[in-house]
Write a protein that binds this ligand. Structure first.
Ligand code: FPP
Length: 255
């Protein structure tokens, strides 16, 4: 069922996304998946049910992004600050990648998606890392959409860690501060292999960045979508891309 999508631009092939400008699809979309707790609360359900539904939304959005032709999808799954949540909730979120990959890895493989992570993954539970490393291994040869989970990720911690490593290397090479450029810093970031996101979406109506990709989103277009993450779907992703396509990106210059 999934095989026919592999290595094929479904959008152009069948015109499914004809309302989108297929020549102006963001190469990299980053998403702050917010609103799981409120989704559950509205239904008088425990917060973890919201996270479970949020995981199901990740499957839908991965399929849609891949079909539309997005190349990089970075999802904020767990921040360096999220450890302060109740232990039961943290444990549940930490087990979600295991559940997600158990149920979705075969499809990711079939769809030519490559699983990657950014964040301080050494601090994650062994079972979480085992599932993620297995998925990375199984999708290592895939060259379609890169599905990048930001787990135990924080932008300030990333920059601090990068600058420390850069500083150590510079001492070793006998360099001084004038050798530092924006590119040098960029090369030490966890995202050094990825282009900056053209589009950042945050669901649930909150208008904050919450320490996500703070260096990389300098020139991104922001969309604060009203939908709670479990309610976000393919059509809403397409709406966001349509809004993005109407924006004029000037990068500080004039048009
Ligand atoms: C924010 O909603 C969501 C999170 C902190 C967790 C997001 C995690 C997932 C969607 C699942 C991750 C799964 C994989 C496969 C990595 P919130 O709890 O802050 O919602 P609220 O603001 O309404 O309380």
């Amino acid at each position: 069922m999934f095989k026919k999508l592999k290595n094929k631009n479904q959008s152009e092939a069948d015109g499914t996304h004809s309302d989108l400008d297929l020549h102006n699809i963001p190469e990299h979309i980053a998403i702050i998946m917010d609103g799981n707790g409120r989704w559950a609360k509205k239904r008088k359900m425990p917060r973890i049910k919201g996270h479970y539904e949020g995981m199901q939304t990740i499957k839908k959005i991965t399929r849609a992004a891949n079909d539309i032709g997005v190349k990089y999808l970075t999802l904020y799954a767990f921040s360096t600050e999220n450890w302060s949540r109740p232990e039961q909730e943290v444990n549940y979120i930490m087990n979600l990648p295991v559940n997600f990959l158990k149920t979705f890895l075969p499809e990711l493989i079939e769809r030519n998606v490559k699983v990657e992570t950014i964040g301080f993954t050494d601090d994650l539970p062994a079972s979480t890392m085992k599932a993620i490393n297995h998925a990375k291994e199984k999708t290592a040869q895939n060259d379609g959409l890169k599905l990048i989970f930001a787990i135990n990720y924080g932008g300030r911690a990333e920059i601090t860690d990068s600058v420390r490593r850069m500083f150590d290397d510079m001492i070793e090479r006998g360099q001084n501060s004038s050798d530092i450029t924006e590119e040098t810093i960029n090369d030490y970031l966890m995202t050094s292999q990825y282009p900056d996101p053209e589009l950042l979406i945050r669901t649930s109506g909150e208008q904050r960045i919450s320490n996500f990709l703070i260096w990389q989103i300098s020139y991104s277009e922001f969309i604060f979508d009203q939908k709670l993450w479990p309610d976000f779907d393919e059509d809403e992703l397409k709406n966001c891309i349509k809004i993005y396509q109407k924006r004029q990106r000037r990068f500080g210059g004039l048009i």
